[in-house]
Design a protein around this ligand. Structure first.
Ligand SMILES: NC(=O)c1ccc[n+]([C@@H]2O[C@H](COP(=O)([O-])OP(=O)(O)OC[C@H]3O[C@@H](n4cnc5c(N)ncnc54)[C@H](OP(=O)(O)O)[C@@H]3O)[C@@H](O)[C@H]2O)c1
Length: 224
């Protein structure tokens, strides 16, 4: 049975991904900052572990606990927005925190779990990024912090993908759609379950490649 590790799985897209991968027969290792408050996640049948991705020691502890366990899909989903301050009023503490969570943590996870993924069958490392991280498509002045954090993680993963290809690992940067979650808002057009179903299909069906691809939840290629 394949194993999939998902971060930030207690709500939103992460919870929907936990439901989707368990329904596809995967053993899901799901992480949450507060497992005690993750009842819906536990109902999916996933094994729930504590992880604040901003804390290097917690990533190291989880990696030590899971040492030697093959992981087929490492799915970095946890993310924050950093707020929508206009240029000129940037909250730099928020900027830094957002870079830690959205950019540095997925790289720390990739490095901490490379051996586990190399030992798995499917060998996929995924970051849930955003179309707002596309530099080519950037056409608005709001969301500088979030856009920067996602463009940066795209570049980090594009670099890492080349190195990991030597171990047979395929990296993917995936946009989940504009999804109805706490982050996406009540009026968002895509339901979490629809996004998760599409993402799982892209993750499991995309042919392995030596370079990072930037795709949406329907498999459409997005411009860098
Ligand atoms: N919704 C959209 O329209 C949309 C569009 C493009 C990309 N995305 C991306 O999709 C991913 C999921 O977004 P979402 O819409 O599901 O957001 P969400 O509903 O706000 O959920 C965010 C998840 O990330 C977790 N998280 C935040 N900071 C964390 C940290 N330091 N350590 C561990 N977990 C942390 C949250 O845990 P807590 O409950 O503990 O806070 C929660 O489980 C994010 O990477 C986001 O950038 C979303």
């Amino acid at each position: 049975m394949p194993t999939t590790l998902i971060t930030g799985a207690n709500r939103g897209i992460g919870l929907a991904l936990a439901r989707e991968f368990t329904s596809r027969g995967h053993d899901v290792i799901a992480t949450a900052r507060d497992p005690g408050a993750a009842d819906e996640l536990k109902e999916t049948g996933a094994s729930v572990y504590r992880l604040d991705v901003a804390k290097a020691d917690e990533i190291a502890t989880l990696a030590a606990e899971l040492q030697g366990q093959p992981i087929d899909v490492l799915l970095n989903n946890a993310g924050i927005t950093g707020g929508r301050q206009p240029v000129g009023e940037t909250d730099f503490d928020s900027f830094l925190e957002t870079l830690v969570v959205n950019t540095i943590a997925p790289v720390r996870m990739l490095e901490a779990f490379t051996a586990n993924v190399a030992a798995g069958e499917l060998k996929r490392i995924v970051v849930i990024t955003s179309q707002l991280g596309s530099i080519a498509n950037a056409d608005a002045s709001w969301g500088m912090i979030y856009r920067t954090s996602k463009a940066a993680v795209n570049m980090a993963y594009r670099t890492a993908a080349v190195a990991l290809a030597e171990k047979g690992i395929t990296c993917l940067a995936l946009h989940p759609g504009h999804v109805e979650t706490d982050m996406g808002g009540a009026g968002a057009p895509v339901k979490p379950a629809e996004s998760a179903k599409g993402l799982a299909g892209v993750i499991l069906d995309t042919t392995p490649a030596g370079e990072l691809r930037f795709l949406d939840y329907r498999g459409k290629t997005l411009p860098w």
